[in-house]
Write a protein that binds this ligand. Structure first.
Ligand code: ASP
Length: 347
């Protein structure tokens, strides 16, 4: 908001998720329901005195059904309404929220307004719901400006219970806890208590303000391969031979280690030589890949896999979709994977 006495204008994009679900009387399972039901349960919204508009997915979905097609839909709504609103709140299921946040962070190039994603663990109609508080706080974060009138948050972020996290750094940590998200390798962008305390040093700032540019092409020919002790040559080779596959997020042990058996190294090297980009991402929730620390990591690094450093798997897989979607060469994709595009990795 730049001028005084002008109400913040916020667009809510409701995609579905627990926050707006109701119980199916026949099966007793939760299913997505429409936005009017959701908003009727948050009368306090009027106390904010914002200009709020909304767009809803038709039909709203459980976020387990989220796909690149839906990310394109969310991004399109943001682009089409970008100049009319000061900030955006995306209501989303928690299950794949971190994937959506990561994907949008790459797709919305030059973003300099808040895109705050939130949802809840309990439906908004439940007495002990966390949805009401999350929605209200997300709206406040989306409307927050500094003394010069500039938005405080200028990136895609996840607001959940007591914290605001960078979207491409966050992971769903709990299926039960109200504090469901965490960023294990990056500090919170804000702590939510009696007040909202923004962490200025952690917030993303674009170098030079340029017009929003949305990348709609996402290449789905990427996959996550999770290692386990006992993985066989047949299984690994089968996965790496998946038709049309261009990129693999290889989830390795500890600081980026993998079995040292010759067949393993050969299978990975041959895949790299076939032009598959393999990104080494640790299975650990905290810390990152230090490829040369152990012989087992060194041997894997010698096959030509790219280090994912401390990137999350959600950011890694969506970054690959984005980079291949740009039509870049294997060499360029490898190069950009080693760079931080919008704060997704510490180098
Ligand atoms: N299954 C739900 C979803 O992701 C879970 C939630 O919203 O918390 O849509």
């Amino acid at each position: 908001m730049s001028a005084q006495n002008v109400k913040p204008r916020i667009l809510i994009i409701y995609t579905g998720g627990t926050i707006g679900m109701i119980e199916n009387p026949d099966t007793h399972s939760l299913q997505p329901f429409d936005f009017t039901h959701l908003i009727d349960n948050v009368p306090k919204i009027k106390m904010l005195d914002y200009e709020i508009d909304n767009i809803q997915f038709n039909p709203p979905i459980d976020s387990s059904d989220m796909s690149p097609r839906h990310w394109v839909e969310i991004a399109r709504h943001i682009e089409e309404n970008f100049d009319r609103f000061d900030g955006f709140v995306v209501l989303h299921g928690t299950d794949t929220m971190a994937y959506t946040a990561s994907a949008l962070s790459f797709m919305l190039e030059n973003l300099h307004k808040p895109v705050i994603i939130t949802g809840s663990q309990l439906p908004i109609g439940e007495v002990r719901t966390d949805g009401e508080e999350n929605l209200i706080t997300a709206l406040q974060v989306a409307a927050a400006t500094d003394s010069t009138g500039e938005p405080i948050v200028q990136e895609v972020a996840i607001l959940f219970e007591n914290y605001l996290w960078r979207g491409n750094r966050a992971t769903k940590m709990s299926a039960d806890n109200f504090n469901a998200f965490k960023s294990n390798n990056y500090p919170p962008l804000a702590r939510i208590g009696l007040d909202i305390h923004f962490n200025d040093e952690a917030l993303w700032r674009v170098q030079a303000k340029r017009p929003l540019n949305v990348q709609y092409n996402l290449d789905p020919n990427v996959m996550i391969v999770d290692l386990n002790p006992g993985i066989t040559e047949g299984i690994l080779r089968h996965q790496l031979a998946t038709p049309d596959i261009k990129g693999v997020v290889l989830k390795t042990f500890g600081s980026g280690n993998a079995p040292t058996a010759q067949w393993f190294t050969d299978a990975v090297r041959e895949a790299v030589e076939r032009g598959i980009v393999i990104l080494n991402v640790t299975q650990c929730v905290n810390g990152g890949v230090h490829a040369r620390l152990y012989a087992a990591g060194d041997q894997l690094a010698s096959t030509g896999v790219v280090s994912g450093h401390d990137i999350t798997s959600e950011a890694a897989i969506t970054k690959m979709m984005y980079l291949f979607g740009l039509g870049l060469s294997v060499r360029e994709v490898r190069r950009y994977l080693e760079c931080s595009l919008c704060g997704e990795v510490t180098l």
